[in-house]
Design a protein around this ligand. Sequence first.
Ligand SMILES: *Cc1c(COP(=O)(O)O)cnc(C)c1O
Length: 326
Amino acid sequence: MSIEIADIRRAQERIRPYVQPTPLRPSHALSERLNAKVFLKFENMTATGAFKLRGATNKLLNLSADQRERGVITVSSGNHGRAVAYIAKALGVRAVVCMTEIVPPEKVAGLRDFGAEVVIHGQNQDEADAEARRIAERDGLLFISPFDDADVIAGQGTIGLELLEVAPQLDTVLVQLSGGGLMSGIAKALKSLKPEIEVIGISSLYGAAMLESIRAGKIVSVEEKPSIADALPGPIPPDNRYTFSMCRELVDDHIQVSDEQIAQAMAFILHNEKCVVEGGGAAGVAALLNNADRFKGKNVAAILTGDNIKVERALSIIAKAQSKPA
Ligand SMILES: *Cc1c(COP(=O)(O)O)cnc(C)c1O
């Protein structure tokens, strides 16, 4: 039960008709600031605005005829739910997305627009999760984890292949770390093709469950606090099969970033790359901006992982960040 580079290559072939490669561009502003050669990977430019489309597409294309017929279910208010809804609609597969009662109405509307059936249940993620598993059982739907799934991980790993196809000279890659699906896939691809490459996990200062679990040597739960990077904090269920062991084995180092650093990175990205990204999407750039010395002279890539944020909210975060000195 392990994921190999061959699985990631097969994922790349499989998803190609549905998910276009994203741009990898040198960032002049970051390269100047760090005295390094910095590249940004624009995963905010997929059809659903985040990399999660890669894993969800690989998963759905890999279903058996029977599973396709019955449909799928997941829990997510964010990018995974959007990705599953979008690709399920494209493939004509029934998709149900469970969300808690605290999710804002525009997120529910966004998912329904993508064609998903939305079930609102419970006050927190655990209750919505339990409801999704109950419905899966009752209706014979396949439950899709946002990160701890071999097909999802292989799909996210296609980013690693694209990075080295365009910039084989990379020596350091920064990858946001939450449940670890993104990191597991990318790190597996990178280390298989270029073992000496350094892979650094970027976590929020708060609720960094994977990082705390790696430090503890076992899966631990951490206190959840609201963060402007709402894609980053989140629990790791104790029955984890893949991502904990893969991250433990493959990640060389870790950097944590604060909400304030993320807000400043969102401002930097808007001014210099002319993109609005969500908090989680800006975390890699936040790590670069606040650890400039460490990356001096390196060929380094960071990933803009997603843009699932209302523009008004992003602009207000950016305006507040700019009223404080950097
Ligand atoms: C899901 C997500 C992440 C983290 O990915 P994991 O596979 O859970 O580690 C980071 N950024 C964004 C925008 C995401 O949607």
